[in-house]
Design a protein around this ligand. Structure first.
Ligand code: NI
Length: 474
């Protein structure tokens, strides 16, 4: 909401210049351009003559000041206490008109004073070279019986729609969202939102994973600081979910966002120079995983666990413990098959069953996927629909089974930005971790999760081997 000022100074000047009208100064934004017509005028029959005259003048003043076109007066409803003017633009779209009328109604019903007048109209503000905001504006004026003039009391402004400056078309999802991969990433955030807002999310997790999908054709309202996505109320108990832009900055064209909104948001950019992500596959189990968690806690290191869905179903409390200790949880399929040998449907099932098991155990949806054996092809990548996280340092721990050999291998291959592949299901791997952490810490490395390594900007359908070395297989 904005309040604008009105100055007596400028009113005096205007009064001098044009004797006919009593002026009410309107402080309109300099950048504002308005193309409006008045479609609704009510005159209160019992009002005194001065009041009526002033009202007419106020209207004329508005028309002249804003190059409005005065069309036919249209009879409209009057509330018990007041009469109001509704000024709306010509050829206005239905949706905006509906909002404007509703806004006008709300404010007119809240008027306390019989001598109040309300104007509602749509104004356009250039936000930057790219964007125009079309605001629903309602202004309230109060009749001053003593001075026989109207004075401005309140101004309400609400952003009705956001247009692209060049085409004058509304910003659409396909303008805002960079590509299919980004849309897919936002889809995940939407799923999280649906689950977050449901009283018993476990009841809807299956539907969320299989029946909610954000596509370019989805019903989405582009708001100044957020997206409002319409969802199936029957399925999810809610009309819509809201995603703030600051949650999805890597996935949107920020030129279509008000810079003022962006300024208020701090994007998480990894500042550490020497960073490494430790990743552990194939867990969780109740022995070596638990020991690893203790060890990581003692050394204050966060890692990423690529969990198998079937292991999570067997040991949900361990999965929960991993989450509680601040590690990242990711998806490593349900039963560890070679996905390149499966049908699209079977791959989807491997992914979804694991997401579901992880959600039920931990309350989160994984953001990253690692294919068993690292085996993917184009079809597999498309079916998975998540960022594919590989590694650049293979500890070969499953084969070496000797902690010193594992340590040496890792230490020799590692560089900043590396993703190290280990398995928390082998005791010898856990033994090695202690030494790896000590050695690399001494070299000045910091340990981060996979999502942190990529500053939370990793995209579905892309493959990642280490930081700054990913390929788009789309
Ligand atoms: Ni594996």
């Amino acid at each position: 909401m904005k309040k604008s000022q009105y100055t007596t100074e400028s009113r005096k000047e205007l009064r001098k210049r044009k004797n006919v009208l009593v002026f009410l100064t309107l402080c309109l934004f300099i950048s504002t351009t308005i193309s409006l017509s008045i479609v609704k005028v009510n005159v209160y029959d019992t009002a005194n003559q001065e009041f009526k005259n002033e009202l007419e003048l106020l209207l004329l003043e508005k028309i002249q000041k804003n190059n409005l076109e005065h069309t036919n007066d249209v009879k409209s409803g009057i509330n018990n206490l007041n009469f109001h003017y509704l000024i709306i633009s010509k050829n206005e779209n239905e949706r905006l008109l509906k909002h404007l009328k509703a806004q006008n109604k709300t404010h007119s019903e809240n008027l306390k004073d019989v001598n109040s007048v309300i104007f509602s109209f749509i104004s356009e503000n250039m936000i930057n070279d790219q964007l125009i905001y079309r605001n629903l504006v309602t202004k309230e004026y109060l009749w001053n019986e003593e001075k026989k003039i109207f004075t401005k009391k309140e101004e309400y402004s609400f952003i009705g729609e956001i247009l692209m400056a060049d085409t004058k078309e509304q910003v659409k999802l396909n303008n805002l969202v960079k590509d299919e991969a980004s849309l897919r990433a936002i889809n995940r955030v939407m799923q999280e939102k649906i689950l977050e807002q449901h009283p018993t999310p476990n009841d809807i997790i299956e539907d969320v994973l299989t029946r909610s999908e954000l596509v370019y054709e989805s019903e989405v309202e582009i708001m100044p600081a957020s997206l409002q996505i319409k969802i199936d109320k029957d399925l999810f108990g809610l009309d819509s979910v809201i995603i703030e832009y600051n949650e999805i900055i890597p996935y949107i064209n920020t030129k279509f966002i008000d810079p003022a909104v962006l300024e208020a948001q701090q994007s998480e950019i990894l500042e550490e120079k020497k960073v490494i992500a430790l990743t552990f596959d194939d867990g969780p189990n109740t022995t070596s995983t638990v020991r690893l968690l203790e060890l990581l806690a003692n050394q204050n290191v966060e890692a990423t666990f690529f969990l198998l869905g079937q292991m999570v179903s067997m040991h949900p409390y361990i999965a929960e413990e991993i989450r509680n200790r601040g590690h990242e949880i990711a998806n490593h399929s349900y039963s560890h098959p070679d996905l390149t040998k499966l049908s699209r449907e079977d791959i989807r099932e491997e992914v979804i069953k694991t997401d579901k098991a992880i959600f039920k155990a931990t309350g989160i949806l994984p953001k990253n996927f690692r294919a068993p054996y690292g085996a993917v092809n184009q079809e597999v990548i498309m079916a998975i629909g998540m960022p594919i996280i590989h590694w650049d340092v293979d500890s070969m721990d499953w084969k070496l089974k000797d902690s010193n050999s594992i340590v040496n291998r890792v230490i020799n291959d590692v560089q900043s930005g590396s993703i190290i592949l280990l398995h928390d299901i082998h005791e010898s791997s856990v033994d090695a971790v202690h030494k790896i952490i000590r050695n690399l810490s001494d070299q000045g490395y910091k340990f981060v999760t996979v999502s942190e390594l990529f500053s939370h900007a990793q995209k579905p359908y892309y493959q990642y081997f280490r930081v700054e070395n990913h390929s788009n297989n789309e």
